[in-house]
Design a protein around this ligand. Structure first.
Ligand SMILES: [Zn+2]
Length: 262
């Protein structure tokens, strides 16, 4: 599933390529035909992400709300490419074209409904006005293991399975630690690390968590195994210890019992 960095990057790219000026909207698949009709000819005024949720506001004050879910994709396509019947929504102007396929949610909502959705989400480290104070309050209220709390979008928005394993490793925190027992210092470090890695994810448009000195290849050229510390790996990159897998928040998480002690 795409994590927050993907959706923020998507919002930036949609804004950059589709505005200003009117866009054409269609639903080659047909399932979003009434919605596409309402968007057709409008201008994209704002595209923004909150965690894994994308909101595009158009000149007619309609908000397009998209959640990609497990298999959804919203990608640029060559403008001359004939749309296939799997495309839920096609947005285009004179120079650029985007195809949305397989989203978990694709709907038109009002600004009020957008505020209700966002009101249920925790702070998003990629948003300028989100604060660590709210993250601290949310963690203080739950005994959930931190490995599960980081996947709860009402605690912090935008983290998925890859980032949660990587930030807990980098902060030396055992994923089973009850959230309400973490020190303020540990929470500040978790927030700052998450923010830094998500920002890098937006810039590179993929998840790379390994530091500048861990690998010989420049960060932007890394792929495959040298991108990550623990996610889907078998041994700790730092101490060589065999990683342990726990099931938290319904998903497996790898951690190093030596570098992330109880
Ligand atoms: Zn280790």
């Amino acid at each position: 599933m795409p994590e927050g960095h993907t959706i923020h990057r998507l919002a930036n790219d949609l804004r950059r390529t589709l505005s200003p000026g009117p866009i054409a909207a269609s639903s080659p698949q047909g399932r979003f035909a009434p919605g596409a009709t309402l968007l057709d000819g409008a201008e994209l005024k704002r595209a923004e992400a909150w965690g894994k949720y994308l909101f595009c506001t158009f000149s007619n004050e309609v908000v397009l709300h998209i959640h990609l879910g497990l298999i959804g994709k919203f990608r640029p396509a060559p403008i001359e490419e004939a749309p296939s019947s799997t495309i839920r929504l096609r947005l285009e102007n004179q120079t650029d074209c985007w195809h949305l396929t397989g989203p978990a949610r694709c709907e038109l909502i009002t600004g009020h409904e957008q505020r209700l959705i966002v009101g249920k989400l925790g702070p998003d480290p990629l948003r300028a006005r989100s604060s660590v104070a709210q993250f601290r309050d949310n963690l203080a209220r739950t005994r959930l293991p931190i490995g599960a709390a980081l996947l709860d979008q009402s605690v912090i928005a935008g983290i998925g399975n890859v980032y949660r394993a990587e930030v807990l490793f980098l902060c030396g925190i055992h994923p089973g630690t009850p959230s309400n027992t973490l020190s303020s210092q540990a929470i500040d470090e978790l927030w700052a690390t998450t923010k830094r890695l998500l920002q890098r994810g937006v810039r590179l448009n993929r998840i790379i968590t390994t530091g500048a000195h861990d690998m010989t290849r420049p960060i932007s050229q890394r792929d495959g195994d040298d991108r990550l510390y623990v996610y889907h790996r078998t041994n700790c990159r730092w101490c060589g210890t065999e990683l342990t897998t726990l099931h938290l928040g319904g998903r497996p998480i790898q951690f190093c019992p030596h570098c992330q002690p109880h």
